[in-house]
Ligand binder design. Structure first.
Ligand code: BGC
Length: 760
């Protein structure tokens, strides 16, 4: 028996690996297959090349040269950073009229949070926990972007991020794989719709595959070091969810995974993505990430290009490693023509699914931009999502909601700062269209007297300002001295009934290549807040940021705090809606807020320790800090409302379930306050005993419910057999029989619980 195993298993193994690869060099789409048969090697390589003619955001060291000539020479498969039917028609015509095989171009773009109608940053909109709303937003973004000729979107960004030092935490849905998976799927559905060839839908690109959010020390483009069990349980689920939802393309990440950069990682791009997950679309690199493998230490450009192709990369973004070296590698026997054909086939199939072969101009209707971009309906949606993204962190003496009368002092460096409303990665948006907080408040409360004073610069640090102002003036250091600015705000505060201070980060203080080691508010703003508090007036801090900040000191002050992220084009209107109570805030944090930077990484689904901290006191030889509690300032899922909710009558439909059975969890939610409100009911699971250490708690369900004041509603949530499963030490997705606890409540700290047993 052993001999048979030794002789045949390796053979079968090779067959299993090789067969799908060979199979993939033939397309089942006749048009694509015919085309492939006509293509020369050079023409196939040309399809693997993605360029940017400039005009977008160049995030790497390289910008494409001689784009027009390259298109005509059949050396370009797609472009990004170009928009508008007129401009795109020019390049599409070059591709289909001036090349031998008339293959249309993919037209990509980074439509990260809305196209021209800019929605809140993704970390903000994830705080809505509203999948229907997020899908609708993605749908509208697709309608706008396709009206401008875009057919391929570099979104959703689904990287789990548990380190707020990393600036790109702003672009994703936070720390949790369950919520992150739901959001990933909703966004893919929104972008792609039912039919990719519909000229109002676009192809999604899930990024950055994989683990980019776990960059060491929160520094962008840094290494990642993670074991497989953690990877499978905590970081990979959202990518898989996006693929299961039908995402047609995937973008690799800059980091390495198990020592091999993702862009050239065969285990990741072929074994996992294709062989295990069954992904059928194509994979594009990130901006010059093929070339960057040279710097990573994997060889010269020819070597890393060959390595990436063989690993399963299909398209090379901007770096032209494929274009300039693959032919040579074929000649030298380092890659095969089949491997190039396979990549080309995947790109052609995507073009086919978009309907580009049938009509290369289907996304180029000159009448659409006017009809479909920045419409009143879209702006209304932007306002709705923004108000639903805000998280009420503290309501001191129930100062909020504000009444629309009396004298309001609106102060702070972000109160009248149009340039900082859209947030990071909004290259297609126009900051000039954004409503400032000052404008929004004035419009909403014409009978109040609203005075404005800047009070402080975002930062007085000239060097930091320069670094942040790469895409335009975000931090404007005032010509007046800090003392003059502050005095003006304090004088205004003294004459007013209430102070609203808009403080926080400038747009580009978070986002790509915007990591920070200090997450506190800049000194100038801290000083202003302290001085405002000393006036004794009621104070509301409207806090803007692209990440969780460290605001422990501000939290101790007698102030209210509303977190509004970077709210997008309707910023001022949405902030007014919530401050004045037209909308009662319902946002819940999707990433934990630490007390100090030293607690990072900090997230809710941590493991138990063998030496748990003693409650409320420091103990030697326990897992605690000498100088800080373990608990965060605000846990995952946290967010207040103008009303209050109580949870009661938690009950399970069974106390024992079998492996194929679901469990139904019921509870009563009562609105005990004075306002109608919405609550995100959250369900957490604790596995009491299993073969690999379980997290203390894991999110496994949620429901957003609306409850009129004084009323109660019955809420039910279902735990499916899948929800009890995890990847064990052998990476099998299993549930292990035994005891479980479920917790329900308003955030991840909730203690209302019940128990059940999973039987064999
Ligand atoms: C980013 C990607 C983006 C690409 C193209 C890169 O720097 O990492 O998220 O899609 O640029 O703009």
């Amino acid at each position: 028996m052993n001999i048979i195993k030794k002789t045949f298993l390796p053979f079968l193994f090779h067959l299993a690996i090789l067969y799908p690869l060979l199979g993939q060099t033939k397309s089942e789409i006749p048009l694509v297959q015919e085309l492939l048969q006509k293509m020369t090697l050079e023409e196939k390589i040309g399809q693997l090349n993605l360029l940017t003619p400039g005009g977008g955001v160049a995030t790497g060291a390289v910008i494409s040269q001689n784009v027009e000539e390259k298109i005509k020479a059949g050396q370009v498969g797609g472009l990004f950073g170009i928009a508008g039917p007129a401009k795109i028609r020019i390049v599409q015509e070059l591709a289909i009229r001036q090349t031998r095989l008339k293959i249309p171009l993919l037209i990509g773009s980074d439509v990260i949070h809305g196209y021209k109608t800019t929605f809140p940053i993704p970390l903000g909109s994830s705080a809505s926990w509203d999948m229907e709303l997020l899908e609708r937003a993605a749908r509208m973004a697709a309608r706008e972007a396709t009206a401008d000729g875009i057919n391929w979107n570099f979104s959703p960004m689904v990287d789990i991020a548990r380190d707020p030092r990393w600036g790109r935490i702003a672009e994703g849905a936070g720390e949790d794989p369950y919520l992150g998976s739901a959001i990933a799927a909703a966004m893919v559905r929104g972008y792609q719709g039912e039919d990719l060839s519909d000229s109002t839908t676009m192809m999604a690109c899930v990024k950055h595959f994989a683990l980019y959010g776990a960059s060491q020390a929160g520094r962008d483009y840094h290494s990642v070091d993670m074991g497989r069990v953690k990877m499978f349980n905590q970081y990979l689920p959202p990518y898989k969810a996006a693929i299961d939802a039908g995402a047609a393309s995937v973008m690799t990440s800059f980091n390495d995974v198990d020592g091999v950069p993702a862009t050239g990682n065969r285990w990741l791009l072929t074994n996992l993505l294709r062989d295990t997950w069954g992904f059928q679309g194509f994979v594009v690199s990130d901006y010059t990430s093929v070339n960057e493998m040279v710097a990573h230490g994997l060889g010269n450009l020819q070597t890393v290009s060959a390595l990436s192709l063989k690993a399963g990369l299909d398209m090379d973004m901007v770096g032209e490693g494929f274009l300039t070296t693959l032919k040579k590698s074929v000649d030298e026997g380092k890659v095969t023509e089949e491997e190039i054909t396979r990549a080309c086939l995947r790109i052609l199939e995507a073009k086919y699914k978009l309907g580009l072969f049938e009509d290369p101009f289907r996304y180029l209707d000159d009448s659409r931009p006017k009809k479909d971009i920045l419409t009143a309906e879209h702006r209304e949606l932007a306002r709705e999502i923004a108000s639903r993204s805000f998280v009420l962190l503290k309501n001191h003496q129930d100062v909020l909601p504000l009444r629309k009368k009396g004298k309001i002092a609106l102060v702070g460096p972000l109160a009248d700062s149009r340039n900082n409303m859209l947030g990071t990665w909004a290259p297609t948006g126009n900051p000039n269209l954004a409503v400032t907080i000052l404008e929004g408040l004035k419009k909403a409360a014409p009978n109040s007297s609203i005075g404005y004073a800047k009070g402080a610069n975002i930062t007085d640090d000239v060097e930091l300002a320069k670094r942040v102002n790469v895409f335009g003036p975000r931090v404007v250091i005032d010509e007046r001295t800090p003392e003059v600015l502050l005095k003006e705000a304090i004088d205004l505060a003294k004459q007013s009934d209430i102070v609203v201070a808009v403080v926080g980060e400038a747009t580009e203080m978070s986002g790509e290549a915007a990591s920070r080691t200090n997450l506190s508010l800049p000194k100038a703003q801290k000083k202003m807040i302290q001085a405002l508090v000393e006036t004794g007036k009621p104070i509301v801090l409207v806090l803007m940021s692209g990440r969780p900040l460290v605001i422990s000191e501000e939290f101790e002050l007698p102030v209210s705090i509303l977190q509004v992220w970077h709210p997008g084009v309707e910023a001022g209107n949405a902030v007014a809606d919530v401050l004045f109570g037209t909308y009662n805030p319902s946002g819940k944090l999707t990433a934990t807020w630490p007390r100090t930077v030293g607690q990072i990484p900090i997230y809710h689904s941590v493991k138990h320790t063998g030496r748990p901290p003693a409650t409320g006191e420091f103990k030697k030889f326990r897992s605690n800090y000498l100088d800080s509690p373990n608990t965060p300032l605000f846990p995952f899922g946290y967010g207040l409302s103008y009303t209050t909710f109580t949870y009661s009558d938690l009950h399970l439909d069974k106390t024992e379930i079998g492996p194929e059975e679901s469990l139904i969890i019921g509870l009563t939610l009562t609105n005990t306050g004075d306002f109608d409100g919405e609550e995100v009911v959250q369900l957490y699971l604790r596995d009491m005993e299993r073969s690999i250490t379980p997290p203390v708690k894991q999110l496994k369900g949620f429901k957003k419910v609306s409850v009129p004041k004084g009323e109660s509603v019955q809420v039910t949530l279902t735990l499916s057999p899948e929800d009890l499963k995890f990847y064990n030490g052998e990476l099998q997705f299993v549930a292990e029989p035994g005891d479980f606890e479920v917790f329900v409540g308003t955030d991840s700290d909730s203690s209302l619980k019940a128990s059940f047993v999973l039987k064999q």
